[in-house]
Design a protein around this ligand. Structure first.
Ligand code: ATP
Length: 250
């Protein structure tokens, strides 16, 4: 069957990562419909960054298949890379280039039709204008995060991978960035996979939560499903139940 637009934006099958003898992720099975927002939730070391890194193509899976809009990520890379993008605090932009130069490089890499117009649009949407011509290395952590999100949106992706996108932002800016991400999802029917430790962010943005524990999916549902299943009124308490082994999932 040829890949079609009805395919999930992302699906993973039997995805595993081991380091030496140690299994850190998997086997994982999940899929994201176009336009959906899914959170990967889990404690430190649960495997969120490793999972996102494999889907980004930055970490080689030990086993399993990753499909992006029906295409095998490892074998048909060039058919899918233009439709996806990511933001991760572990991937730094070159420090000596200005913000504008960095965005232009990525715009050209992604073959964006009118790069300068796109940079203007992102500068407006993410309030980058005041430091657009400053060296990226001289920005504050929060400013760098906004630039990283601009880089992640430069090719109008239909699949966006975000690793703690608001971790270094003040509450006001974080809220504002979430609104930008929601707007991008709505206008581009973009599927988002998001690792986060921020439960209110997950409740606000996500229609589904995958709870990871020791590299495997321990529970899976909408925020409302999980609250009901654990008899809690916020995701933070659900998270603590799972982390401390008080799993109320009956
Ligand atoms: N290169 C590596 N070599 C060996 N072990 C690794 C390597 N990278 C990650 N790990 C291990 O894999 C496990 C999962 O790490 P990962 O960074 O995916 O967790 P995480 O859920 O993102 O955690 P955090 O919330 O702390 O960011 C951890 O136990 C980590 O020590």
């Amino acid at each position: 069957m040829s890949p079609s637009s009805l395919e999930p934006a992302l699906s993973v099958h039997g995805l595993c990562k081991t380091y030496g003898e140690r299994s850190v992720v998997g086997p994982l099975e999940f899929s994201l419909p176009p336009g959906s927002v899914t959170a990967l939730l889990g404690g430190n070391g649960a495997g969120k960054t490793t999972t996102i890194g494999m889907v980004m193509g930055l970490i080689e899976p030990t086993a399993g298949v990753i499909r992006i809009f029906g295409h095998d990520l490892l074998r048909e890379r060039y058919q899918v890379l233009g439709r996806m993008n990511f933001e991760s605090p572990y991937v730094d932009l070159p420090h000596r280039l200005t913000v504008r130069q960095n965005l232009r490089v990525f715009g050209l890499l992604y073959d964006v039709a009118d790069v300068d117009a796109k940079i203007e649009e992102l500068a407006e949407a993410l309030a980058l204008r005041e430091f657009l011509d400053r060296q990226t290395g001289r920005l504050s952590a929060g400013q760098k995060t906004r630039v990283a999100i601009a880089k992640a949106l430069i090719n109008d992706p239909q699949l966006l991978l975000l690793d703690e996108p608001t971790a270094s932002l003040d509450p006001d800016t974080a809220d504002w960035v979430r609104a930008r991400l929601e707007a991008h999802r709505a206008t581009h029917n973009c599927a988002i996979l998001l690792a986060s430790h921020n439960m209110s962010e997950v409740e606000r943005l996500c229609d589904r939560v995958l709870m990871l524990k020791e590299g495997v999916i321990f529970d899976d549902g909408s925020p409302a499903d999980l609250l009901a299943r654990y008899g809690r009124d916020n995701l933070e308490d659900v998270f603590l139940d799972v982390a401390r082994g008080r799993a109320g999932a009956a």
